[in-house]
Design a protein. Structure first.
Length: 274
């Protein structure tokens, strides 16, 4: 038969209620600092996207929105299961919900592992294609210089930035009256700006993937921390430590996990859909 282990509050608290209130206040203050951390990064995101909108459009198209969507569903589901685990602990009177708490926490942990697995697939693909944060992976001076020189010699036009969509339209206007060589040059320029396999020559593309790896990498670290916390809470649930009068660790862990979920809900549309 399931049982519970009665909790005794720490000696430096006057009561169990004070202990619980202090823990909740502490986690909320911590969550505020986490919001401040990511807010600064979102400001950086906004600045880069504003300065290089065309590059951002081309580079963001290289992300797999399907995998991002699956990860979103996985994290939302995990938030639901951890909320159910908190409720199970709150209604656990004599240990009858011990197993239920453990199962719900295990499902949440498996969702976290699934999220990290999908993110590993994404990272592996980006690393294989060289879509990283270093400028050497994107700016090929010789290739870009040759393309710009060809445009100038053929059309007498200066290329200010390969990612300038309006300039691309100007070149396309010359296609009908141009020679076959000129049309080939325009096609090469258009491919360099928009085609997936030649994204490597998009100027400033490293800025997008720099912010991508920074935001998703930091979020991934939070997922690992949250998963570790949930494993520790699960061990306590197996021992019957959480019940109606003491469920603070489950609630605090759930709040942290909701933050992890909330951050991703912002990251997914900002990186994959915008």
């Amino acid at each position: 038969m399931s049982s519970i282990i009665a909790h005794k509050h720490a000696h430096f608290f006057h009561s169990a209620d004070q202990e619980a209130s202090s823990a909740k206040l502490g986690i909320w203050l911590f969550l505020v600092t986490e919001v401040l951390l990511f807010s600064g990064l979102f400001v950086g995101y906004t600045v880069i996207k504003t300065l290089h909108p065309e590059m951002w459009k081309v580079a963001s198209a290289q992300l797999d929105w399907v995998l991002g969507s699956v990860n979103t569903i996985v994290l939302i589901s995990s938030s639901w299961t951890v909320a159910l685990a908190v409720r199970a602990a709150q209604t656990n009177v004599k240990g009858e919900n011990n197993a239920k708490i453990g199962v719900l926490l295990i499902i949440t942990i498996l969702c976290a592992l699934g999220f990290l697995g999908i993110k590993y697939m994404e990272y592996s693909h980006k690393i294989h294609d060289g879509l990283l944060w270093g400028t050497k992976y994107f700016n090929h001076p010789d290739a870009i210089a040759a393309l710009k020189a060809g445009v100038k010699s053929t059309f007498g036009l200066e290329v200010t930035a390969l990612s300038d969509a309006s300039f691309l339209e100007t070149l396309k206007a010359h296609a009908a009256a141009g020679t076959e060589q000129a049309q080939h040059l325009i096609h090469h320029y258009a491919s360099t700006v928009t085609y997936k396999d030649t994204l490597m020559t998009v100027e400033q593309g490293h800025l997008f993937f720099g912010i991508y790896f920074l935001l998703t990498g930091l979020h991934g670290i939070h997922v690992v921390i949250g998963m570790s916390l949930l494993i520790w809470i699960y061990v306590g649930s197996v021992k019957g430590r959480y019940y109606r009068d003491y469920y603070t660790p489950v609630e605090v862990g759930g709040l942290y996990w909701h933050l992890v979920d909330l951050i991703w809900i912002y990251l997914f549309p900002l990186l994959y859909l915008v």
